[in-house]
Write a protein that binds this ligand. Structure first.
Ligand code: 5GP
Ligand code: ZN
Length: 132
């Protein structure tokens, strides 16, 4: 498998702004967010795609996605939840991840050029999203 960045984040060997974690899943801010508060929810156990996820992890996975959605609603009640599977679908990181992408009235579309996550704002977002 070599270096998988999301495995490294899950193992706490690579840094991330973590907003949720349990035994099976971890969620953290996207480093090139499509909008403010863009979160990735991933299984800690490496699988490329949803159809590789062990069935016993389905409840924890969906539960984590729903929990992150509940927290993202602190930022906006409007958001997209999505999974890109395969290169043609835009998958770049081949470790399953659910995007939760808040939508805001002043930003009707996704930006063509994505700015890197601002560290100071990331800290503020963790304060908003990481608590129950
Ligand atoms: P995909 O296109 O594979 O569905 O999405 C991969 C996402 O992971 C992208 O939105 C990208 O910005 C994000 N990403 C890539 N590398 C890293 C990283 O090292 N840390 C974090 N937090 N996000 C990453
Ligand atoms: Zn991985």
């Amino acid at each position: 498998m070599g270096e998988c960045i999301f495995c490294s984040i899950a193992a706490r060997k690579a840094p991330a702004h973590i907003v949720w974690e349990d035994d099976v899943t971890i969620a953290f801010l996207d480093i090139f967010p499509l909008s403010r508060g863009h979160v990735l929810v991933v299984p800690k156990h490496h699988v490329d795609r949803l159809t590789d996820l062990p069935r016993e992890h389905y409840p924890a996975m969906l539960g984590a996605v729903a929990e992150v959605c509940r927290r993202v609603e602190r930022l906006s009640m409007d958001y997209n939840v999505g999974v890109n599977q395969g290169a043609l679908a835009g998958q770049i990181v081949f470790h399953l991840h659910f995007h939760v992408i808040p939508r805001y009235p002043d930003q009707p579309g996704f930006p063509r050029k994505r700015d890197a996550l601002d560290p100071a704002d990331a800290q503020r977002l963790v304060e908003v999203l990481a608590h129950r």
